[in-house]
Design a protein around this ligand. Structure first.
Ligand code: TZP
Ligand code: MG
Length: 221
């Protein structure tokens, strides 16, 4: 996968839309220029069965209209059924090698990792990119680990410079730059976009912050 695709990686489930229609929030985020979308349908009130399938299909179709990658969190069967562009899994979601063999070589595989060891193992098992965090404090994942700052991204990037990384956890336009400086290709966010009064504008501001940080890094290299 191209690292540019990870620049502004929006994650959302139907329960993250702050009481609004999640499809409208996604549509706005796509208009604002998010470069990737992950459907993460989790927690109390999460859709299941037919309702999930219908919602996920609508998300996939919207992403396709906008030419943006559609990634499914955790649910291998759903990802395969929908012909998603990718699947994202955590360390607790099973053997990464087995998951890679189930989805085949074409589908993008993202893996959450928390240190350079997990990063190396994920790479060896066939991951295309890593999600690393939480970088900052987050309210969007009740069982999140403690915020670890940008050090883990720095270490994993130093150990595996060709493996694209996205930072996650509490990232907004005004604190995105250190994540990019540490070696991430992009930032993944839930609330910075899904809770924003204007998701399109939030996406644009994140995009600008990430672009500026990338340019700054290239200038000082
Ligand atoms: N994994 C680590 S932190 C997090 C996930 C899924 C939640 C990120 O949400 P937010 O609102 O961008 O902090
Ligand atoms: Mg998971």
């Amino acid at each position: 996968m191209k690292p540019e695709q990870l620049a502004v990686y929006f994650i959302m489930g139907s329960v993250n839309a702050a009481g609004r229609n999640p499809i409208e929030v996604l549509e706005s985020a796509l208009r604002g220029g998010v470069t990737c979308f992950q459907l993460r349908e989790k927690g109390p009130g999460a859709l299941k069965g037919e309702a999930l399938l219908e919602f996920a299909t609508a998300c996939r179709d919207l992403c396709r209209e906008h030419g943006v990658g559609f990634i499914v969190n955790d649910d291998v069967d759903l990802a395969v059924h929908l012909g998603a562009d990718g699947l994202h899994v955590g360390q607790e979601d099973g053997d990464i090698r087995k998951i890679r063999s189930r989805i085949g070589g074409q589908m993008i595989l993202g893996v959450s990792a928390h240190d350079a060891g997990e990063a190396g193992a994920a790479l060896a098992a066939g991951a295309d990119y890593l999600g690393m965090g939480p970088v900052y404090g987050t309210r969007s994942k009740p069982d999140a680990r403690e915020a670890s700052g940008t050090g883990l991204i720095r270490d994993a990037h130093a150990a595996h410079p060709d493996l694209p990384i996205v930072g996650i956890g509490g990232i907004r336009a005004d604190n995105a730059a250190p994540v990019i400086r540490a070696g991430a290709s992009g930032v993944s966010v839930i609330s910075a976009i899904s809770h924003a009064s204007d998701p399109a504008r939030a996406a644009r501001e994140l995009h600008q912050a990430v672009e500026e940080a990338i340019m700054e890094k290239e200038r000082t290299r």
